[in-house]
Design a protein around this ligand. Structure first.
Ligand SMILES: Nc1ncnc2c1ncn2[C@@H]1O[C@H](COP(=O)(O)OP(=O)(O)O)[C@@H](O)[C@H]1O
Ligand SMILES: [Mg+2]
Length: 263
């Protein structure tokens, strides 16, 4: 099991034959439990957690801090194994909670890291990444290092790196949590737009219930640690959605109530 905060292996999950679903892009987590052994005793992160996503579903996962959301994503990406229960998932790429951009590499080289990991030369990786930078509004920043990019730009580079890993499933761990409110809203709109032209199965972990309702087809609400699904809410509203839409507001309230019911 990789240490928390490990870098290289968090960029893309190594495909492991037995746990891969052949059906393109689906994810199945069934009654999964996961306990960490620590110096201060065992910490049970997940207990009987279940979740499913079919190809191109966008499933948001909300839950209180420490309820096992990041652990769940690492299980889906094959970076950890469950103690019990089943995880079957198509190959999945993780966008980790911290962006983990390498400060000494330019935006374009950070974006192309997953391609380099798969054996592409630097020039090949740049050639593949360049048109994407343009699509992501980053043309002029290809040779800029992460330290000089805005928070929103860093997240776009980080997302692009995840996308270029070429996996059918994207596991996004609180991708916009560190951004200010306005940038976060812009980025949510941007992500919704990108996923229309680049459909993927997405497991989006967030603690922002509104973000979940704006972006997802289904919201999975988790209990406090040890985490398990306590509620699932279908969001079958047309996209793009407006925050002020009465249905959006109502579903947000429902998700908040489900979260609150557990505390
Ligand atoms: N590698 C680890 N070693 C020990 N404890 C861990 C490890 N990873 C996570 N935990 C613990 O498991 C619980 C769930 O963690 P995490 O999945 O990061 O929750 P979340 O992402 O919902 O905040 C927390 O109590 C956390 O401290
Ligand atoms: Mg987390």
């Amino acid at each position: 099991m990789p240490a928390k905060g490990a870098t290289s292996e968090m960029i893309e999950a190594p495909p492991k034959e037995p746990r891969e679903l052949k059906a393109e892009g689906s994810v199945l987590v069934e009654l999964v439990s996961r306990t960490f052994q620590t110096k201060r005793g065992p910490i049970q992160a997940l207990a009987g957690m279940s979740l499913r996503a079919d190809a191109h579903d966008i499933v948001a996962v909300v839950g209180p801090s420490g309820c096992g959301k990041s652990t769940l994503l690492e299980l889906i990406c094959g970076l950890q194994a469950p103690d019990s229960g089943t995880v079957r998932a198509a190959p999945a790429a993780l966008m980790p909670q911290r962006d983990l951009l390498l400060p000494w590499l330019s935006a374009i080289d950070n974006a192309g890291l997953a391609l380099r990991a798969r054996g592409a030369s630097r020039d090949e990786a740049r050639k593949t990444a360049a048109p994407w930078l343009e699509r992501f509004g980053l043309t002029q920043f290809g040779h800029t290092r992460p330290g000089e990019l805005s928070g929103g730009m860093r997240q776009r580079v980080s997302f692009l790196r995840t996308l270029l890993a070429g996996k059918p499933v994207l596991a996004l761990d609180e991708p916009f949590a560190a951004l200010d409110a306005i940038t976060r809203q812009e980025m949510q709109g941007w992500l919704a737009h990108v996923l229309v032209s680049e459909p993927r199965t997405v497991i989006l972990v967030t603690h922002d219930v509104e973000e979940a309702v704006m972006l997802a087809d289904r919201v999975v609400v988790m209990s406090a640690r040890p985490g398990r699904t306590i509620s699932e809410i279908d969001i079958s509203l047309p996209k793009p959605r407006r925050r002020t839409d009465a249905h959006v507001v109502e579903l947000r309230e429902r998700a908040l109530a489900a979260l609150g019911a557990d505390t």
